[in-house]
Design a protein around this ligand. Sequence first.
Ligand code: NAD
Length: 297
Amino acid sequence: MNLGFIGLGAMGVPMAERLLDAGHTLVVFDVNPAAAQALAARGAKVAASVREVGDQVDTVLLSLPTPQIVNDVCTSASGLVQGSAVRTVVDLSTTGTSMARSVQAALAARGIEFIDSPVSGGRNGAIKGTLAVMVSGPKASFERLSDVLRHIGKLFYIGAEPGMAQTMKLANNLVSAAAMAITSEAVAMGVKAGLDPKIMIDVINAGSGMNTASRDKFPKAVLPRTFDFGFATALMFKDVDLCMREAAGLGADMPVADAVHEIWRQTNEVYGGPHDFTRIAQFVEARMGVVIKPGEA
Ligand code: NAD
């Protein structure tokens, strides 16, 4: 199938590469021209604008950083809504429930279908094609798109209403954000008491405290002190913030989530911009006056 792909970052490039590997052809665009180079070398056609993608292909996938950017790419005067060829937009970004609904309505008014399809599993999952792919929209559209989306991960049909998959994704990322924050605090507390953080992580992973932070993030990016897991602090804070807005709209009382939101807000003030979200461990270290370094407890 000839597909469009807009947003070629940490997630977009590996997902687009898997689609090329599966035999699909791609027309790609990113505001940063250098981002398209690797895909161009593998045969993707590079467009000069969002509009040019929308004029060339029937189905366009998005992997963009913020809800506002997704909105602009879809609905602005130079957006996909003006495209002469596009009929379906699949949003793989974490956009939040209300933005998904409003973009869906704006595109539907112009005869373009909007399917929200956020993903979870990180850059590594995108490379391996093992992402959890959460899809909401008409069941027939889900089935039609399955032949494309199955190449990036395991598909879950969440429901027919626009935004349902975004709600699922926000709940998932709240759990992931909480795990990263609480694992940082628990390990820093142990280091303050004289424990070795490597031994702590090994015990947690063999015991009942095991979670995605102790299993993946600490061994790969915190204990080696590379802080380069592949997800920006700003994006993690965006996700938790979107989740709290969703909770407020629903009248859901979530005191633990309130605390998780606050520590990510503060971490984002210190380690926003280009920093990886595993830097929350350094934020916790500074508050506790310790360094989480194996063999130095
Ligand atoms: P990223 O910042 O690495 O990539 C985003 C890309 O979008 C960049 O290349 C940027 O230049 C491009 N871009 C920005 N504005 C644009 C525009 N107007 N038109 C075209 N391109 C534009 O972000 P990422 O980590 O790849 O995340 C993308 C989305 O996936 C986000 O919504 C994020 O929350 C979500 N997500 C990320 C991860 C992860 O581990 N990185 C995991 C799951 C979901």
